[in-house]
Design a protein. Structure first.
Length: 190
């Protein structure tokens, strides 16, 4: 596959993931409490980082919550959508970098990359909230971080841990994404 064709495919897939990220939250009925639990914008961003690459995952992750806020009013732009932009950008970049760097593209490396991205994204979200709320004079407490990053998000975390690998396995079976179980052997001239 030529570099131009690969770039075009990644751009097209990124646009699709962006569109899914804008529309998927409608399944939660625009109710912020349900959206906070199910995390619908996270799924297309994580898939974009895995399937395209970290750069596309980062871009889609950063743009999705901001564009959704401007188009539909949810999430609220300040501080939610801005903090989410950094969080989702981290998800897309970290999962893309770690999975691409994995020696084998398999379910184990997929889970490692996914869990690391989920942790990194939540930490970045916490830092963004501290910075954004600190500007307004509000305080972002440790209990607010645990509540927002972990406790409220448990259903969404479970969905991501089940759905993302299931989608990747299905794409592997169709040949659209390829898992590798062995390291590529270098051919030598005898």
């Amino acid at each position: 596959m030529t570099k131009y064709r690969k770039s075009l495919i990644n751009l097209t897939l990124s646009a699709m993931f962006l569109a899914i990220g804008l529309l998927l939250p409608f399944l939660t009925g625009q109710i912020p409490e349900i959206g906070n639990m199910l995390l619908p914008m996270h799924i297309p961003v994580l898939l974009c980082g895995l399937i395209c690459d970290w750069k596309h995952g980062l871009a889609v992750g950063f743009i999705t919550p901001l564009l959704r806020s401007l188009l539909f009013g949810r999430p609220v732009l300040y501080p939610s959508a801005i903090a989410m932009a950094f969080e989702l950008a981290t998800y897309g970049a970290v999962i893309g970098i770690l999975y691409a760097a994995s020696k084998w593209k398999c379910i184990v490396s997929l889970y490692r990359s996914l869990i690391a991205a989920m942790i990194a994204g939540r930490l970045v979200w916490g830092v963004a909230e501290i910075i954004l709320l600190g500007i307004r004079g509000n305080s972002f407490t440790w209990s607010a971080f645990i509540s927002g990053a972990v406790l409220e998000a448990i259903p969404g975390i479970i969905i991501q841990l089940i759905l993302i690998p299931a989608i990747m396995v299905a794409l592997n079976r169709t040949g659209l994404v390829k898992f590798t179980k062995k390291a590529n052997k270098v051919k030598t001239a005898d």
